[in-house]
Write a protein of this length. Structure first.
Length: 319
């Protein structure tokens, strides 16, 4: 009845429409089921992907932490190397200082030119030490406390080097044997000897003056051997005794004045040498030498504090 009154073309269209509706009804549930299965598969893939990404991220984080920890350890080891090398250099610096003061200062090359292989080596070691502390100061792992300690150490080192150069300059001026003030001193006492022999030849006071002269030379040598100011006072007293012998003699005044002038010149040269030695330091704890020692005494606790801090950092990095 539904198709009554329809043309064949309309009937064909209606059948097609009905078939389409039936097909849609039959395929509706399977299609829905396919979508749900697809969604389930997508959810599983997503979970697997997320899990994989989490693992990758974890591996990256662990690798990054390990890398930076390794870099930190390497940098700490580098700092430790700086300190180790610097400590050795400091010992070598002091050894070179002592070698120069005991051997280099009497070397003809130094006395003539002011240059010495010991001084060259000393300056090279000082530059290495200074560079080592500069590297430590500029290192990325150096904290404010260590930086403060390093800056103070560098200042102490600068003070030491300045004082050492002052000593070198003064010792060059003082000289040795025929060089510098010691050379002038040697010439002056020789002048006293020659003058006294010439002017007192065949004189009654000749033997007295010779004995007094030997006493002066002994006082001089005792002072240079022992660096004891007691002998300076003795030399001054014996020089006055020497001049008193001349004044009491029967020599004419011109001869007396000539001999006294020679003695006074000798004493002035001796006093100049003593003054320089006192400035430099008659002992390791006096004069400029004492100032150098004080600089190193102030440096040592700062240096040990840095070593202790670095040691603790290394232990923490390996923990």
């Amino acid at each position: 009845m539904f198709f009554m009154g329809m043309s064949p073309l309309q009937k064909s269209a209606s059948w097609i429409d009905v078939a389409h509706k039936i097909y849609n009804k039959l395929m509706a549930k399977p299609k829905q089921a396919g979508r749900e299965a697809m969604f389930e598969r997508l959810k599983l893939n997503t979970k697997l992907l997320v899990g994989f990404l989490i693992i990758i991220a974890f591996i990256i984080i662990v690798a990054a932490i390990s890398y930076f920890s390794f870099q930190r350890i390497m940098h700490l080891d580098q700092l430790d190397t700086y300190l180790g090398t610097t400590e050795v250099n400091i010992l070598q610096l002091r050894r070179m200082e002592k070698t120069f003061l005991t051997e280099g200062v009497t070397n003809d090359s130094f006395l003539k030119t002011g240059k010495s292989s010991y001084l060259t080596k000393h300056n090279e070691i000082y530059d290495e030490i200074n560079l080592g502390f500069s590297n430590l100061l500029n290192h990325e792992l150096t904290n404010s406390q260590v930086a403060s300690e390093v800056k103070q150490i560098k200042q102490y080192l600068q003070d030491y080097q300045k004082q050492f150069k002052q000593i070198v300059h003064k010792l060059k001026a003082m000289g040795f044997k025929e060089y510098g003030l010691r050379g002038e001193l040697r010439q002056s006492i020789h002048s006293v000897e020659v003058t006294s022999k010439q002017l007192t030849k065949n004189s009654k006071i000749s033997h007295q003056l010779q004995a007094a002269m030997l006493t002066l030379r002994r006082n001089e040598k005792d002072y240079f051997l022992r660096s004891d100011l007691t002998y300076v006072n003795k030399l001054h007293q014996n020089a006055e005794h020497f001049k008193s012998i001349i004044r009491a003699s029967s020599l004419i005044n011109t001869k007396k004045q000539s001999m006294i002038k020679a003695v006074d010149y000798y004493i002035s040269k001796f006093n100049n040498v003593v003054a320089i030695e006192k400035e430099v330091g008659l002992t390791a704890s006096s004069g400029i030498r004492g100032q150098m020692q004080a600089a190193f005494r102030a440096l040592e606790p700062k240096y040990h504090n840095i070593k202790k801090t670095l040691h603790n950092l290394i232990l923490d990095s390996h923990a």
